[in-house]
Design a protein around this ligand. Structure first.
Ligand SMILES: NC(=O)c1ccc[n+]([C@@H]2O[C@H](COP(=O)([O-])OP(=O)(O)OC[C@H]3O[C@@H](n4cnc5c(N)ncnc54)[C@H](O)[C@@H]3O)[C@@H](O)[C@H]2O)c1
Length: 292
């Protein structure tokens, strides 16, 4: 007996990384899964996005644990594609109980170098994509007077950061969508919550720009990066954390154990948010030039 027996989950960005890990965690508890992913590159994203073989692998892993999986190529920037994805899920799996709006992108640049295109893509995927995903599936949940939704924000939805203002803005927006949706759909018995992951080891953070961020050097290697990850988290032994770290909280937020929980954003961050802030480059008043 699983905690989600008979349930169906619709997971965006499910081909790999955290989305795949969540899909498997929910499948192991008895849910069938619609795995939705773009399977294509967005030009402002500086690392490779998921490919078809990633999605095929995820489907195989879900089937290995004895659950049904439906693979759907859809871009969360398109309402039409998401509506079609929901329709296909309903046709093949019957209903949708759990929605995990997890698809996201990341890129880096100082605020004054972020281009219109970078800003537009980031907001369109990480904020607009969450709104559209809910828009596609919520009417079905309203009819059933039931549903649990988990939105993937980030610790960057709770605090500022350096050199990716567009990502930080999009993840704050995701929490605004979560809180508004939780309020709007509470009368229908639909719960809406968010996870705010810390630093997670996925393809999103496994490229030279991410190594530079963790190590403070453009020469930083993956090995340095994994060591540097320890500075981001408070709990002992937590460097850059595996995707599975987040899946237990996603599972909790869709399961009956959280039936009275809605409208919350849970950091899954190894204690990152409780770290005392330290200014690594303090500027003292008497050093500020008059023109500044
Ligand atoms: N890795 C981290 O450190 C970290 C930390 C906090 C939050 N997050 C968030 O977690 C979520 C999952 O990211 P991840 O770490 O697993 O990285 P990832 O790159 O492995 O996974 C993201 C997935 O989303 C898909 N995707 C991107 N744009 C899409 C679109 N327009 N339509 C459909 N699918 C799309 C990608 O193809 C990919 O499969 C993202 O929302 C990310 O912002 C990541």
């Amino acid at each position: 007996m699983g905690r989600l027996d008979g349930g169906v989950a619709f997971i965006t960005g499910g081909a790999r990384g955290q989305g795949r890990s969540h899909a498997l965690a929910l499948a192991r508890e008895g849910a069938d899964i619609a795995v939705v992913d773009i399977l294509g590159q967005i030009s402002t994203v500086p690392f490779e996005m998921a490919r078809e073989d990633d999605l095929v692998e995820t489907v195989g892993l879900i089937e290995e644990v004895g659950r049904k999986a439906v693979a759907i190529q859809a871009d969360v920037r398109s309402q039409e594609q998401l509506d079609a994805a929901v329709a296909e899920t309903l046709e093949k799996l019957g209903h949708i109980d759990y929605l995990v709006a997890n698809a996201g992108i990341w890129s880096r640049a100082p605020l004054h170098e972020v281009t219109e295109e970078m800003w537009g893509d980031m907001m369109d995927v990480n904020a607009g994509g969450v709104w559209r995903t809910l828009k596609a599936a919520v009417p079905h949940m309203m009819e059933r007077r039931d549903g649990a939704i988990v939105i993937t924000s980030s610790v960057n939805g709770l605090e500022g950061s350096l050199n990716y203002v567009h990502y930080v803005a999009s993840k704050h927006a995701a929490l605004g969508i979560m809180r508004s949706a939780a309020l709007e759909y509470a009368p229908y018995g639909i719960r809406v919550n968010a996870v705010c992951p810390g630093f997670i080891d996925t393809k999103m953070t496994d490229w030279p720009g991410a190594y530079e961020m963790t190590t403070g050097s453009p020469e930083g290697t993956r090995e340095d990066h994994l060591r540097g990850g320890h500075y981001w988290h408070a709990l002992a032994g937590r460097g850059v954390m595996p995707p599975e770290s987040v899946s237990g909280t996603v599972l909790y937020l869709v399961s009956p154990e959280s039936k009275d929980v809605t409208g919350v954003a849970i950091p899954v961050d190894g204690g990152h948010m409780i770290l005392p802030g330290v200014n690594s480059e303090p500027v003292f008043a008497d050093e500020i030039p008059p023109s500044r």
